[in-house]
Design a protein around this ligand. Structure first.
Ligand SMILES: NC(=O)c1ccc[n+]([C@@H]2O[C@H](COP(=O)([O-])OP(=O)(O)OC[C@H]3O[C@@H](n4cnc5c(N)ncnc54)[C@H](OP(=O)(O)O)[C@@H]3O)[C@@H](O)[C@H]2O)c1
Length: 249
């Protein structure tokens, strides 16, 4: 676990996408670290998940499709210094959006929604969070990406918008990491692939996933926290899978 392996203490953590399967599981596991003072948990819905009604968890609203909503993030967190921030939000399917199987299914609005939630919003969130990251000690800013965002690993095709939006996220992470190497030399910025995890996002696509390849959200959260515990600034800009193997662009 993050807390036992890591020498550095975590005091303040922020999770964006706290209502999601993986976001909520990360909060559950992080709450086991007694050193943590506050976890700021953001999502759209008024959350009924039990882990989010803990005394250390402060819930905030964010809609990643609304720039004004993202811009409120920094103001609502003003004065707090973060040791760890994880952006766990993401879109694969909703009422209007379905991953495309072929060129025929490409649709401007669908592509826009994928890029808005999976690439643009995480960077606008970063714009709000980077100034709040702990400058004096090691801190980490992680984004949940996906293996399918790897161009070199794309053998199956399909899922045009989701893939491309995660590839774009990976490039944005790399670019941000280069900038922050100069301005915040103790901040590590990475992308993480959580594995295939049993959440609402993956539910419609689980039928061909072997049981031992489908992680519970808690299992994935533990893997991700273990990976984060081993990373330092020399890893900044890279994308790692749940097993700490680097995912190539
Ligand atoms: N599950 C997997 O197998 C898998 C595999 C590879 C990568 N990932 C990545 O891991 C991340 C987490 O996935 P998950 O499985 O935990 O998905 P999930 O359970 O569907 O959670 C998605 C999260 O994204 C938030 N979100 C989506 N659209 C939003 C919007 N417009 N404004 C604010 N929040 C929004 C949701 O919050 P609301 O409550 O506000 O909707 C929710 O907290 C995603 O980036 C996903 O791409 C997952």
């Amino acid at each position: 676990m993050y807390m036992t392996e890591k020498t550095k203490k975590l005091k303040n953590v922020v999770i964006i996408g706290a209502s999601g399967g993986i976001g909520a599981a990360l909060i559950t596991q992080l709450l086991k670290d007694d050193e943590i003072e506050k976890i700021f948990a953001f999502s759209r819905c008024s959350v009924d998940k039990p882990q989010l009604s803990h005394e250390k968890v402060i819930h905030g609203f964010i809609d990643l499709t609304e720039t004004a909503s993202i811009e409120c993030l920094g103001r609502s967190l003003e004065g707090v210094e973060f040791d760890l921030a994880i952006v766990c939000s993401g879109l694969l399917q909703n009422g209007d959006v379905k991953p495309e199987k072929s060129l025929r299914q490409i649709n401007q609005d669908t592509l826009r929604q994928y890029f808005q939630v999976n690439s643009i919003a995480p960077m606008l969130v970063a714009q709000q969070l980077v100034p709040l990251m702990n400058r004096n000690n090691d801190s980490q800013l992680a984004f949940l990406s996906a293996r399918v965002g790897s161009v070199s690993d794309n053998r199956l095709g399909g899922w045009y918008g989701y893939r491309a939006s995660k590839s774009a996220l990976n490039m944005l992470i790399k670019t941000l990491a280069i900038e922050c190497q100069r301005t915040l030399p103790k901040l590590t910025i990475v992308g993480l692939h959580p594995g295939t995890v049993d959440t609402n996002l993956s539910k419609p696509f689980q039928n061909r996933v072997p049981a031992d390849k489908l992680f519970t959200p808690i299992q994935s959260a533990n893997y991700l926290l273990s990976v984060l515990a081993t990373l330092d600034v020399s890893d900044s800009g890279k994308v790692f899978a749940w097993d700490k193997k680097e995912i190539m662009p």
